[in-house]
Design a protein around this ligand. Structure first.
Ligand code: IMP
Length: 175
């Protein structure tokens, strides 16, 4: 069977430029604070790695592994933690790094969970937002791009665990 084509939605250059802008804003806003970047696995690993390297203030990096149980391609909001933070976050400023906010159910659940651990603040940085599918209102403090209701892959995002290593973001199949 022929390989499905991936049509570019956001090029590597567009992503790099936007990630630099986000990092600049974060570095400015969190100067002299205790910033902890919480990278939500697996989808955010590429975004978090690039973002972290563009942030020019001291940061601690933590990983949170989540698995959301969906109905087909949509999330149910029932989130299982597959890998927890390695240290307490009480009194620290948390920035959750998400690949994409789709229905918003996953991030809403994570904000609730992290809030119980008494951090000094919790904010969200998402590379992508699909407002058309929103089921719950969630604050996105730093946003890369708003996109249409299309299933996207690449730059960490997968389709059945494939395409995470593409350097750009695209849509599977012709546009
Ligand atoms: P939400 O709970 O519906 O906001 O979705 C959260 C998770 O679903 C994201 O962190 C992604 O891992 C996954 N997801 C949602 N939309 C897409 C997409 O278009 N491509 C790949 N993964 C997606």
């Amino acid at each position: 069977m022929a390989e499905p084509t991936v049509t570019t939605l956001l090029s590597a250059e567009q992503i790099t430029e936007r990630v630099r802008e986000l990092a600049k804003a974060i570095s400015r806003d969190y100067v002299e604070r205790k910033l902890v970047l919480v990278c939500v696995l697996k989808g955010s690993f590429v975004f978090a790695a690039d973002l972290a390297r563009s942030i020019n203030i001291p940061v601690r990096i933590e990983f949170l592994g989540v698995r959301s149980y969906g109905e087909g391609t949509s999330s149910s909001g029932v989130v299982q933690i597959t890998h927890d933070l390695s240290r307490p976050i009480a009194g620290e400023d948390i920035l959750v790094i998400e690949d994409i906010v789709d229905t918003g159910l996953t991030i809403a659940h994570l904000l609730e969970l992290l809030g119980t651990r008494k951090p000094s603040s919790v904010k969200v940085c998402a590379l992508l937002h699909k407002p058309a599918r929103s089921r719950v209102e969630v604050p996105i403090d730093y946003l890369g791009f708003t996109i249409e209701d299309k299933f996207v892959v690449g730059y960490g995002l997968d389709w059945a665990e494939r395409y995470r290593n593409l350097p750009f973001i695209g849509v599977v199949g012709p546009s």
